[in-house]
Design a binder for this molecule. Structure first.
Ligand SMILES: [Zn+2]
Length: 405
């Protein structure tokens, strides 16, 4: 039975798209992505699943139920970031395969259909079109978008699809209305579980995210002749603001997070007082009112500092995604399975985005996390202790049993 060794399956997937500098890269519709697609389809068939690919290249393995629906689905994504690790996406695919195979051999036909859905594109690492696979399933992807997004070589999604015999005119056919539940297993990508020495996280909500672009305007002056008291230094103002952003998230407390990850300075010369600074803010909270509070706190601090230092400021909100709560029914199913198996666990939000947040628009969605060693992810260092990984798959199996049988 191929599914007896989860680690061998993960190792096999990790050879596809391997980079010489370490890690893998499986951008959607590329050759390594197709190899992984074929490999997983082959494993699905060996496990007795009925295999098909939809109009955008999501891969689906199915066990029919004694009644026709709604479908109980599990799965994750097969694409990776550049230099990605062994588990991001792959664990939910391999874990789901093992869960379905185990359920079929131990319990026979389920009451409701069971599906492993391998989404074709989650990371957006080729076309900056995050969640392309799951958006197609919920009916929110179309040919127009496929013609808009292009990779660094100028190839559009539509062109890349045609190269592998997928017809962008058929994208709407990937939409589904028959999925009742979607439960995704994933690595935590943070260090909360490790710090608490727990084997499992049950996701209560996927965090809300707001992105801002801030422009701070001062005045360029000679760095040698302009006394400190009369400067309008945009960069020292921005520095105070960045510290205030950090303080705002700390003051609100975990799981609030706020990050300034990008900054540019004009005119960017060693002997000129900076005239303007542009920086990004990424602010997240899994509770809607706290998300709004965090953003309000940050805004008021930024205006206060700009005022205090006589600087111009323009705060532009680029994106705002409210938190996505996970379905209580799935949370309960995962919790019951974890308790029955004696797996240590806690409820927690997800600080990262996942396909489950898109699937939640059309069905009951949920997630379970296994610990990330050192909290590492999107790097070849990404790993989970083998025993914790196996326990996670057992809980996934138990939760799917509760939903489908
Ligand atoms: Zn992922």
């Amino acid at each position: 039975m191929i599914t007896q060794n989860v680690h061998a399956l993960l190792d096999a997937l990790y050879t596809l798209g391997k980079l010489s500098e370490g890690g893998v890269y499986r951008p959607v519709y590329s050759e390594p992505w197709q190899m992984a697609h074929r490999q997983v389809a082959e494993w699905m068939a060996q496990c007795g699943l009925r295999v098909r690919a939809d109009a955008v290249g999501n891969l689906i393995g199915r066990i029919d139920g004694s009644v026709d629906g709604p479908v109980v689905a599990t799965g994750s994504h097969i694409d990776t970031v550049r230099g990605g690790g062994r588990l991001d996406g792959a664990l939910g695919v391999v874990g789901g395969l093992i869960a379905l195979s185990t359920l079929r051999s131990q319990h026979g036909q389920p009451r409701l259909p069971l599906e492993l859905i391998v989404t074709c594109e989650e990371e957006g690492s080729r076309f900056t079109n995050n969640f392309w696979g799951s958006l197609s399933i919920v009916g929110e992807a179309d040919e127009k978008q496929a013609n808009q997004h292009h990779d660094v070589d100028g190839v559009t999604i539509a062109q890349a699809m045609r190269q592998i015999q997928l017809d962008p005119a058929r994208i709407a056919q990937a939409a589904r209305s028959d999925i009742g539940w979607f439960l995704e297993m994933h690595i935590e990508q943070g260090a909360v579980l490790e710090q608490k020495q727990l084997d499992l996280g049950i996701v209560t909500a996927i965090t809300g995210l707001t992105h801002f672009r801030v422009t701070v305007t001062g005045r360029a002056d000679h760095a040698g002749t302009t006394p400190m008291q009369i400067r309008n230094d945009a960069l020292t103002g921005a520095a105070a603001m960045i510290l205030a952003i950090e303080h705002a998230a700390r003051a609100l407390g975990a799981p609030a997070v706020a990050t300034v990850g990008r900054i540019s300075v004009e005119p960017g010369q060693a002997n000129v007082v900076p005239s303007s600074v542009l920086f990004s803010i990424d602010a997240r909270h899994p509770d809607r009112s706290q998300q709004l509070q965090l953003c309000a706190d940050i805004r008021s601090e930024l205006y206060r500092i700009a005022d205090e230092r006589a600087l111009g400021i323009h705060i532009e909100q680029l994106t705002e995604h409210p938190p996505v709560p996970m379905a209580p029914e799935i949370i309960h199913a995962v919790q019951a399975a974890a308790e029955e198996l004696g797996v240590s666990h806690q409820q927690m939000p997800s600080g990262a985005g996942h396909d489950a947040q898109i699937m939640a628009r059309r069905c009951k969605a949920g997630m379970l996390f296994v610990p990330s060693i050192g909290g590492r992810s999107h790097t070849p260092a990404e790993d989970t202790a083998p025993a914790a990984l196996e326990r996670g798959i057992q809980v996934l199996t138990g939760a799917l049993y509760r939903l489908a049988y």
